[in-house]
Design a protein around this ligand. Sequence first.
Ligand code: NAD
Length: 334
Amino acid sequence: MILITGGAGYIGSHVNKALHKKGYDTIVLDNLSHGHEYAVKWGEFIEGDLSDSDLLKSIFNSYDIQGVMHFAAFTSVSESIEFPVMYFKNNYKNTLNLFKNMEIANINKFIFSSTAALYGNPESIPITEKNKLNPINPYGKSKLMVEKILEQKSKEKSNDFNYISLRYFNASGADPDLEIGEDHNPETHLIPLTLDAAIGKREKIAIFGNDYNTPDGTCIRDYIHVCDLAQAHINAFEYLQENFENSDDIKENSVFNLGNGNGFSVKEVIDTCEKITKKEINKEIANRREGDPDILIADSKKAINVLNWKPKFNSLDKIVETAWKWHKKLNRNI
Ligand SMILES: NC(=O)c1ccc[n+]([C@@H]2O[C@H](COP(=O)([O-])OP(=O)(O)OC[C@H]3O[C@@H](n4cnc5c(N)ncnc54)[C@H](O)[C@@H]3O)[C@@H](O)[C@H]2O)c1
């Protein structure tokens, strides 16, 4: 059985579905601060908080847990700038609590939801795992702190702990069966916000800055479909299991970028949303936001080669199509 922390959230719920399709049993732990009970459609669900050691102990004692996939975190960059301590507490301190209880229960396989935010303003594009780590906001810093602890933990001789950290770029799209999809509240991501404007839930979409050093002046990002991310988690977990005895190999290969290797500008994303939804979307140019790099594009060759990962949703059209179908279902009363 695999424990999925944060499995009622966007990415965790898609990974839960993919794990079940592959025959794994799962248990989701989520405090529903941002997730939805309706999104836990597979396996068991326990509502609770990562900071609750008694609960973690009882889960680890009651179930035969092979490994943990850890999604639970706060995820908004702008909120992290406003409330940094809250971010360090949830994303770092609560993760340490999880580690402590995993250690007591002797659970030694761990997959971590890391982020492209670790790279800050990258020195070179596309970004490989060897790029300098220089997060520029508390969200990214809190994730880097977890990665550093993971690295130390896996080096401790007394400990047969192994992990894989997956640094996602912009997760997007939805389950093509429309059982689950993106439903953040508040929403901060470009595609669902643009679709909100298409569906009439918001008046317009703001483009934060059109004077970046990119061909059309708007920021360029790498969008990766959530189902491709889900598949990468299965490949990573199986890689951990298969190579566990040979842990030097895993230590060489414990960190992977997950992106699709193509960059799309904010304007291109909005144009694609207009094309797929067949609606004209109101836009306005707003001021730049603090700490937005010009371009973030992943080099994910390592995941493709080592984890044998084969992303399927390789075009922005396909990503937006699934997002739009889900968005209409989610907002059918509007
Ligand atoms: N969405 C992206 O584009 C993206 C990109 C890079 C990394 N990530 C990382 O992926 C993970 C999942 O992101 P998401 O977009 O699915 O976010 P999400 O908010 O939809 O999911 C996170 C889930 O964790 C739960 N949670 C938070 N704190 C908790 C706690 N203390 N105890 C129990 N449950 C708790 C929330 O209720 C929520 O269901 C996060 O760790 C995030 O940092 C996301």
